[in-house]
Design a protein around this ligand. Sequence first.
Ligand SMILES: [Zn+2]
Ligand SMILES: [Zn+2]
Length: 236
Amino acid sequence: MREDICSIPISELFEPKKGCPICRMDAMLESRLAEYITGAAMMEPDVRIETNRLGFCSHHFDRICEVGSRLSIALILESHLKEVEERAFSAKAAPKKKKLFGGAAAPEKETCFICENMEKNRNHLVDSLLNLWGKEEEFRRLFSEQECLCLHHAHLLEDAASRLPKKAAEPFCAEVRRLSQSYLQTVEADVTHFCRMFDYRNKDGDWGNSRDAIERAIAYLTGRLYTGREDGEDKA
Ligand SMILES: [Zn+2]
Ligand SMILES: [Zn+2]
């Protein structure tokens, strides 16, 4: 796979200071990989070997169908289906295995080209992040100015901190927890405010920041990027 597909400058992810920067990283990786795999890379033999072997999870089938042409999806599926058939039904596979999907092709063990490559590249990017945090004062400041680290990515960064020297790992984890908890408290207060606005006594009250409290709370809990309300959108 081409190296530059997933290279993202870390500071670019942290510049907006809005929402979780690692959610932003995931969303970028996901859309780059989906576009890559349905673009020219689809015809590269080594990439096709991988998509034939791994397939896609249900979420990423949806994503490639959104970005790719019908023909590119069909070509990917054509050779993937052939490989699935070979693994599950061929004469070679049958005698040893009483069950249909005795091995790696078992549907419950879902593998996915995009999930695997996201994980691999996320690990590289988090390594660069830790490296920057360890040696650049300016990046530490940028990091501490973030609005939010979602619950999912706070866990991820806490785990990754074991790759830092112990002296650096402790303040890093404390910072991760501070960012994640302070956002949780903000979103909690906004959800409460949202609920109160339904009280008839508040009918002319100020919604404050609570109109998209539901979306922000779900984004915080799930690690799914939320980029803000569209203007004029009013579901409250
Ligand atoms: Zn996140
Ligand atoms: Zn996937």
